[in-house]
Write a protein that binds this ligand. Structure first.
Ligand code: ADP
Ligand code: MG
Length: 261
């Protein structure tokens, strides 16, 4: 059974067609990375899969049509970490991660001992023990990204939707976060659907990539088939060299026409 099955997805926002007939299959346990130029519709695609934006066409999550899932049930299957999560001012790490338990807490009810221990476990898993009382605004970018992941994991969902999880991080912290996600994927059998801007890093972690352009799938397949000089020139208007790396193709930008003095 696929973790995600999207057919002929269309999204209109403000009268404009943002996604136009997107098909996407993500197998259970797979890591798929969506790339594409700014404004291609990557965030919108993740939001649609997460049930956060109205769409036509069909979306199934673990074999169940998304439209048939109640909000709480969907939240137990899929957890979204948006591009810039809203951080409530004054909120401390423990309470923020506890928000991930919302689908398990009765309306107007209180969190149970199970919810509290789930949060403690996740904090420990993500090396955040000792951060529980810290306000989110005081954390570094890498720490904050781990807290966002912690909230998603506390939710107990098996499908993680990560919108540019590494954009604000230096390359060392980018690798830390992606290694962590990959480790969690193996340990907990998670499925990962993410967007990413850095193409070389994207290709090193993804099983398959989807190149989105103007709301349509322009190319899809293993990194070696999507990260090609031709496709990147055509859809990003970028001049690049693609060289073979240890874990997949590496994309090196090349200045188009250096000016002579
Ligand atoms: P990406 O993540 O690939 O950069 P997005 O999915 O954020 O792209 O946006 C795709 C397009 O949809 C952009 O042109 C953006 O301006 C437009 N868009 C996004 N949200 C809205 C909205 N709420 N109303 C109108 N247009 C929107
Ligand atoms: Mg985006």
């Amino acid at each position: 059974m696929s973790a995600v099955e999207v057919r002929d997805l269309r999204v209109e926002l403000g009268g404009a067609r943002i996604l136009d007939g997107v098909d996407l299959t993500v197998a259970a346990g797979e890591w798929i990375t969506v790339i594409g130029p700014n404004g291609a519709g990557k965030s919108t695609l993740l939001r649609a899969v997460g049930g956060l934006v109205a769409a036509t066409g069909s979306i199934s999550l673990l074999g169940t049509p998304s439209a048939r899932l109640h909000r709480r049930d969907r939240a137990r299957i899929v957890a979204t970490v948006p591009q810039s999560p809203v951080v409530p001012p004054g909120m401390v790490v423990f309470d923020y991660v506890l928000l991930g338990r919302t689908p398990y807490i009765a309306p107007l009810g209180r969190e149970s001992a199970t919810d509290l221990s789930a949060v403690r476990e996740v904090l420990e898993r993500l090396d955040l023990t000792g951060f529980g009382d810290r306000e989110l605004v005081t954390l570094s970018g890498g720490e904050r990204q781990r807290v966002f992941l912690a909230r998603a994991l506390a939710q107990g969902a098996t499908l993680l939707l990560l919108d540019e999880p590494t954009t604000a991080l230096d390359i060392g912290h980018q690798q830390d976060v992606l290694e962590l996600v990959d480790q969690l994927r193996h340990d907990h059998g998670l499925t990962v659907l993410t967007t990413m801007h850095d193409l070389s890093i994207a290709g090193e972690y993804a099983d398959r990539m989807v190149l989105l352009a103007e709301g349509r799938v322009a190319a899809a397949g293993p990194p070696s088939e999507v990260l090609t000089e031709e496709l990147l020139a055509k859809y990003y208007r970028a001049r690049v060299r693609v060289v073979a790396g240890e874990h997949g193709p590496l994309v090196v930008p090349v200045r188009p026409h250096p000016r002579r003095p």
